[in-house]
Each structure stands twice: as C-alpha cells, then as structure tokens.
Design a protein around this ligand. Structure first.
Ligand code: PLP
Length: 390
C-alpha cells in the first residue's frame, strides 16, 4: 500500500464535498471540476526534505500528496524528475537575473502529459475502470496510450483529423484505438462523452476527471524542491486546458500547508497562440470565465484548445498571483522554439517556444524586471512536430 493521504474531493465552484473512492467526472452539483484534498497535517509528518533526499527521482516521490492508495496500480515508466536547466546566455540576452527551463520533453512519450496520465490511469484502475477514453491534441493521447498499455487495458483516443502523423502513429503503436474527428479537441470531447455509456469507457478529459491535475501538480513540487524550497519570481506556462498551471498553483498552497515553502508565490503567466487565445481575451476583459474561441488555428497543437472547463481556475490563479496572460503569433513562436532548443539541448515543442517568445515581450515591456528569476516550461518534444521544420 502507498502512503497517500487523499481524504475527499471538493467542487471547485462551491463548498460541496464528495467521496474520493468512487469514479467521478465533473462535480454533480455545479458541473465544474472536482479537486482532490489531502490530510496535509498527516502528510507533513513524512513528506520532509530529509525523507525526500532518500527517495528515488520521479513524481512518485511525492506519494503522500498523490491519490493512488495501492502501489500495485502504479506503472512507473519514468515520469517526472525532469531537469531544471539554467540558461545564463538566455538570461543575458533577455536582460533578467536568471532563466531556467523545466524541460518536460524528457518525460515518457515526450511531454508533461505523462505526469497526468501516470497518476490518473493508476487511480482509474484502482477505482475499477477497465477502458479509458480521451480527447486530445496529440500528446495526451500518446501518454494515455502508453499507460493503458502498461496497465494492460484498452484506450480509445480521439484527435482532430489534421493531427500530425507522429501522434497518430505513436498511439497506434501502443495499441490504442484511434479515432480522427473532423473538428477540434472540443469536438473530440463531445464524441468521448457521447460514447461513454454505449462503450463503457471512462472519460479521461483533462479536469473532467480529478486526477490528471494531481499528476501535473508535481511540476510545482519539483520546482520547489529543485530550487531549494524557493520558488522563482515568474513562471511562464503554455496554456491550452490549463491543467498544468492550475496544478502548480494548487501545489504551492499544499507546499505552504506542509511547511515546505513560505507565503510568497511566483507571478503566473499564461501564454496562448494569437490564433486561439480564449484565456488571454477573458483575462483582459476581467471575466471569470472564457468564451469559446471561434476558428481556432495555430501550429502549436497543444494550444489549439478553444474552450477550457478549468477556465475559472486558470483565471483565478493568474489574478491571485499578480500574473498575466498574453498571446504570441506562430512565426514568433517557431523562431523562439529554435532558440529554446539550443538553450535546453533538446528539440523543443512550439508550445515551449511560445513561452520564450512571451518572456522576450515581458522583458521588453518591463513587466519582468532585470532582477527577476524566471522559469519557462518546455512542455514537450519537437520531434512530433518535425513537419514544421521542413
Ligand atoms: C506540448 C504541450 N504543451 C502545452 C499543452 C497545454 O497544456 P494544458 O492543457 O495543461 O494547458 C499541451 C496540450 O496538449 C501540449 O501538448
């Protein structure tokens, strides 16, 4: 058995609570995401810097604050434990004190989506699900396919029909059932929801089930641990469904409750593509929710997300942290991707390039000051987008 201190689920929109030990999608009360809650007092007794020093690298080192109760459901493919790379050259070029890159391309299946799926697949299995389905821009589908294959269960993945070949090929190689949908990720999501009753699959859409965000929050735990329990001044994150940003923001609150960090927080920045920027538009308008973005288009498949169920959570994290949201165009993104690849010594995804393009603008405008320390996320590998460099 593991040392999970998971206690219950709570609705992110009201005070309702639910049992964590049955399968759930959205909160029945408000139709909004359910979030996991832990007994952090108990977790603090064993989740200490000294205990962590003796644990294996990877995200399962934070098992007290992860939902899986029985270790037999965990299939560790090497998720998490990604490097935080210092780039003094980028810092000098941009004019800020430090630029560090959290290189998530080193995860299984080449993206940070592995974190969410490692945890959510294990938990779904533990709660009795035997077939899993997901709508995806590409990377989440690959990650689900990998963890479902490791668990020996079926996966159905739904992707837009113009998804790059590498994503489709990866899912098929891993044994998933691939369906291509004429439309975008929200159209894929509608098909997953519609088929759940008929086909008996569990809907693994991000933030429509409570545990992918739990896997992704470990990026926040790692940032804190790798920074010697100090967080940077600014975090720049490429936002589609926003699960990584929401997860990290939640991680920082937990870390403070665990006594591992103080009350200071980074300013959180959402970067989107100029051709699909619903969060940027809502942030600028002071809105609590983001409207659907029509005719979404960008080379960064992971940012082609016209509507996010976690919109209110993303916008609250940006505002509560004193952060911001901005959009960059595809040309800027692609040029910055090359620069980011050189800085991290691995082929970066365009979503990562979007973060660097955004940082350049924020440094030029003075929003990021010369004494500040910034962390950028390279959320995935460029290899699956190789067609962009033809
Ligand atoms: C490489 C990459 N970066 C960023 C994102 C957006 O992630 P999130 O949905 O957590 O905002 C995605 C989503 O598909 C992605 O594949």
């Amino acid at each position: 058995m593991s040392d999970s201190t998971l206690s219950h689920l709570r609705c992110s929109a009201c005070a309702a609570t639910y049992s964590a030990d049955v399968l759930h999608n959205l909160a029945p009360c408000c139709g909004r995401p359910l979030l996991a809650c832990y007994d952090l007092e108990r977790a603090a007794r064993s989740l200490t810097p000294a205990a962590l020093a003796a644990r294996r690298p990877g995200l399962w080192r934070y098992r007290e604050v992860l939902p899986v109760r029985d270790d037999r459901f965990i299939h560790d493919l090497g998720e998490g434990g990604t490097p935080l790379l210092d780039s003094p050259r980028l810092a000098a070029r941009l004019g800020c004190a430090a630029v560090r890159i959290k290189d998530e391309s080193r995860n299984p299946t080449g993206s940070f989506k592995a974190r969410g799926m490692a945890v959510a697949v294990a938990r779904a299995r533990e709660l009795g699900a035997s077939r899993l389905a997901v709508p995806s821009a590409g990377n989440a589908a690959g990650a689900l396919s990998a963890y479902a294959a490791a668990a020996g269960i079926g996966a159905d993945v739904f992707m837009p029909d113009d998804v790059p070949l590498a994503f489709r090929a990866e899912c098929r190689a891993l044994g998933a059932q691939v369906t291509l949908v004429a439309g975008l990720i929200n159209d894929c999501a509608a098909q997953v929801r519609a088929g759940a009753a008929e086909h008996g699959w569990f809907d693994m859409s991000t933030l429509r089930e409570p545990y992918r965000v739990e896997g992704k929050k470990t990026m926040g735990y790692e940032l804190a641990e790798q920074g010697g329990w100090q967080l940077p001044d600014v975090i720049i994150y490429p936002t589609g469904g926003g699960t990584g940003l929401v997860g990290m923001w939640q991680a920082f609150a937990e870390l403070e409750a665990l006594g591992l960090i103080d009350a200071r927080r980074p300013r959180m920045v959402s970067v989107q593509a100029a051709g699909c920027a619903p969060i940027v538009r809502a942030f600028a308008a002071g809105a609590r929710h983001a409207d659907l973005w029509r005719d979404a288009s960008t080379i960064a498949d992971g940012l082609r997300v016209p509507v996010a169920i976690g919109d209110a959570l993303i916008l609250a994290a940006l505002r509560d942290s004193g952060g911001t949201a901005l959009a960059v165009d595809d040309d800027e993104m692609l040029a910055a991707t090359d620069e980011l690849s050189a800085a991290c010594g691995s082929f970066a995804a365009p979503e990562g390039g979007a973060c660097l393009a955004a940082l350049r603008r924020l440094c030029r405008s003075g929003w990021v000051a010369p004494h500040e320390r910034v962390v950028l996320f390279n959320t995935g590998s460029g290899t699956k987008y190789a067609h962009l460099w033809r």
